[in-house]
Design a protein around this ligand. Sequence first.
Ligand SMILES: NC(=O)c1ccc[n+]([C@@H]2O[C@H](COP(=O)([O-])OP(=O)(O)OC[C@H]3O[C@@H](n4cnc5c(N)ncnc54)[C@H](O)[C@@H]3O)[C@@H](O)[C@H]2O)c1
Length: 277
Amino acid sequence: MRNLKGKTAIITGSGRKGGIGEAIAKMLAKRGCNVVITDIGKATGKNFGKSHIGSTSEMQSIVRAIKKDKGNAIAVPCDVRKSKDVQALVKKAVKKFGKLDIIVNNAGVGYIMEPFEEFKEASWDAVLDVNLKGAFLCSQAAAQQMIKQGKGGNIVNIASQAAKSGFPFAAAYTASKHGMVGLTRSNAIELGEHKIRVNAVCPNHITTGLGHWQNKFFSDKLGLEYDDYLQGIKDRNPLKRTGMVEDIAKAVCFLVSDEASYITGEAMNVSGGEEYH
Ligand SMILES: NC(=O)c1ccc[n+]([C@@H]2O[C@H](COP(=O)([O-])OP(=O)(O)OC[C@H]3O[C@@H](n4cnc5c(N)ncnc54)[C@H](O)[C@@H]3O)[C@@H](O)[C@H]2O)c1
């Protein structure tokens, strides 16, 4: 994967410590990419509270850690729901590093869970706006830049096991992640002629900040102790463990490298064998 050296990569939702985005950014930087850490940066409204989002100071601290490890990184706040923000994000990445080669659509909301018969319209919009519209806006802005450059590129959508299977209380999340796979396949067909490959990665459970919230939510619903619930997830998994953020980062590094040069439109499970279609 030496061919990643000198590439520019934007990773959305990468400003939260312990998250999948942070791990992807750090691994891409380690392999020679110039990385753009981007996240919403500040809490806004009831669905985007402090305890769920990557703050500006967290983003900056991730940048410092990458630089300390001899990598190249900048932090750019961006709300992926807003096309103006997204356009400015791509512009800043290109201004700083000269081009854009990779975008990873990782920003996501997975903590708005309601029984379907009570699912609020505002909750539905909040989830779909980040997970699906955000991926659309970012993919489009990145593709426009990559087409202009004329040298191809890579788009990776961080979907989920919920892109392949249904989950209770998660109608919006599951619909958004299935939608991301549809977006992946459609974009792969349209962008192939520009040598832009588009793939999705579908993780199962990983105990990030979001994963921890989901464990609490589902263990409470099932009346189980947190640790017993988590052990149940491990027991059901063929590899007898949950995923790690590095498992996803490795898959992304592979997909954006030349090792994967004939792979596009794929929705790759990284689930320890738990999800297989
Ligand atoms: N943790 C898991 O078990 C798991 C499993 C499957 C898929 N995923 C997906 O992986 C991705 C990363 O999740 P994570 O577990 O690292 O959680 P996380 O909460 O650490 O990361 C999500 C990030 O998205 C950011 N974000 C939310 N709204 C945004 C907006 N409007 N604009 C920009 N950024 C925004 C958040 O601030 C946060 O930093 C998500 O898309 C999630 O759905 C996670």
